[in-house]
Ligand binder design. Structure first.
Ligand SMILES: NC(=O)c1ccc[n+]([C@@H]2O[C@H](COP(=O)([O-])OP(=O)(O)OC[C@H]3O[C@@H](n4cnc5c(N)ncnc54)[C@H](O)[C@@H]3O)[C@@H](O)[C@H]2O)c1
Length: 278
């Protein structure tokens, strides 16, 4: 259902890889709400091809770019303003990757070159996107910039590894640039902290299946899925949230405010009984 919340707005979506990607759902919803968009992902991801189907469906140009490269990001903004015909109203940063997680390095045995890559891809790239936009004066007055985060930035979740530190940095960058961009052009900068979600990046996290189940049992509304995350992004891109900035916004069914739920206690007790009866 469309509410025309983004009618006439121009947006850039980073990070749609396949139809499970949160960015994929955001791109679809943004166009449904009346926006014109461009899509961008790494040259490798673009060559893999799935994103081209999305580009065709949404009539969106795909601009290959490594989000750790300032030159590539400059190209993304220059080309987007050209094809969309003006300054950009909203940007989604939906990018995350940890070589340490991929290679199964535990937190107490991190490879520091890989850690630098984790930070660069998953957090510093967000600064680069905003610094490029700022210097090119590419954002429209009152625009909205979002990145996606996870509650491991505040609390420890086994298996999330160095991505937890990257998310803490990402959220801090949102606050710091939110101040700068708010004063400059009234641009909002926020992060949405999403429930665990089944996607390619999500599946890389050790114990993701159990994390999803536990989190679903603890949250009174259950986990938020990718479509629900997309809906929240649309509201944050719209003019309905013009004074919301420098926030980390939880889209997690209430998980972040919970201690222990009845469901989780029951499951725990069953497990405990089985353990004692062994
Ligand atoms: N899936 C979850 O459980 C979950 C929960 C909370 C937050 N998030 C966050 O949501 C965002 C999107 O992840 P997703 O779950 O949709 O997975 P995804 O794998 O579909 O998306 C991650 C994207 O990052 C892109 N990427 C990696 N390196 C890049 C680089 N150098 N330059 C540009 N793009 C690059 C990938 O190509 C991919 O499109 C990430 O920031 C992730 O941490 C995910």
């Amino acid at each position: 259902m469309s509410y025309n919340l983004l009618k006439g707005k121009r947006g850039i979506i980073f990070g749609a890889l396949n139809d499970m990607s949160i960015a994929w759902k955001v791109a679809e919803r943004a166009v449904e709400e009346g926006a014109m968009i461009t899509l961008t992902n790494t040259p490798v991801a673009v060559r893999m091809g799935e994103i081209s189907a999305l580009g065709e469906k949404l009539n969106a140009e795909i601009i290959p770019a490594d989000a750790t490269s300032v030159e590539d990001i400059e190209q993304v903004f220059a080309r987007s303003m050209e094809v969309l015909g003006g300054k950009i109203d909203f940007v989604l940063h939906s990018i995350g990757m940890s070589p340490n997680v991929r290679k199964g390095r535990p937190y107490e045995d991190l490879d520091y070159k890989m850690l630098e890559k984790t930070y660069d891809i998953s957090a510093v790239s967000f600064h680069k996107v905003m610094q490029v936009a700022y210097k090119m004066d590419a954002m429209a007055e009152g625009g909205s910039i979002l990145a996606l985060s996870y509650i491991a930035a505040q609390r420890t979740f086994v298996g999330y590894n160095d991505m937890a530190d990257a998310k803490a940095l990402l959220e801090s960058i949102a606050r710091s640039f939110g101040y700068v961009y708010g004063r400059h052009r009234g641009v909002r900068v926020n992060t949405i902290s999403q429930s665990p979600t089944v996607t390619t990046a999500g599946s890389g996290v050790k114990g993701m299946g159990s994390l999803l189940d536990v989190s679903d049992k603890i949250s009174p509304l259950g986990n938020a899925d990718a479509n629900e995350c997309a809906n929240y992004c649309i509201v944050m891109f719209s003019d309905l949230t013009r004074k919301v900035t420098m926030q980390n916004l939880f889209n997690d069914g209430g998980f972040s405010s919970m201690g222990m739920s009845l469901d989780a206690i029951e499951v725990f007790n069953k497990g405990l009984e089985a353990e004692e009866n062994k």
